[in-house]
Design a protein around this ligand. Structure first.
Ligand code: ADP
Length: 164
């Protein structure tokens, strides 16, 4: 059984993440979504909220595509989280040159720490390439419509959170 890890902030899960999950699902039998816990800068959504949103948005995608999916929170090294999950592949999405520079450096460091774990980059799809969770949060906070960028349940969760 091939197991992959897809780490990120997922604050919140966007249609860009959904696209990466759909495509990673073609390559593994089980995908573990690893949500990084934030200690220094507080996330917009709590760990529990990010887990719940990721599960609700991504489990239907996984079952449609016939793979197993799990969602975990982690605050250690990504490669250690991959080992614990039994993953041999770490997936990352590449949107632009900014992602590329950062991701190449991370992949290099992770390969030095754990040579048995392979980083696989998936090029962002044209239709979702522009989507970033940080911009989604900013636009939503200013009252903009983020429905083109996130699953409907995330759109509703953003509206509820901002109404408080
Ligand atoms: P963001 O950078 O939007 O805050 P994350 O930190 O949760 O998102 O990103 C987790 C992973 O998903 C990273 O590898 C990131 O490059 C990738 N990713 C995020 N948004 C997209 C997108 N629109 N298309 C492809 N990959 C993406």
């Amino acid at each position: 059984m091939r197991i992959g890890l897809y780490p990120g902030s997922f604050d919140p899960v966007t249609l860009g993440h959904v696209d990466i999950v759909r495509r990673a699902a073609q390559l593994v039998d089980r995908l573990v979504i690893a949500i990084g816990a934030h200690h220094s800068k507080g996330p917009f959504f709590t760990d529990e909220e990010r887990i719940a949103l990721a599960r609700a948005a991504l489990e239907p995608v996984a079952s449609e595509l016939g793979i197993e999916l799990d969602v975990v929170v982690y605050d250690g090294l990504t490669v250690e989280t991959a080992k614990t999950a039994g993953a041999t592949v770490v997936f990352r999405g590449l949107r632009d040159a900014g992602d590329f520079d950062y991701e190449m450096q991370m992949a290099g460091m992770n390969a030095a720490l754990a040579p048995e774990i392979e980083t696989v980059f998936l090029a962002a799809s044209p239709g979702t390439r522009h989507i970033a969770a940080s911009l989604v949060r900013q636009i939503a906070a200013m009252g903009g419509d983020v429905s083109p960028f996130v699953p409907e349940l995330v759109n509703e969760a953003l509206a509820r959170k901002l109404a408080r």
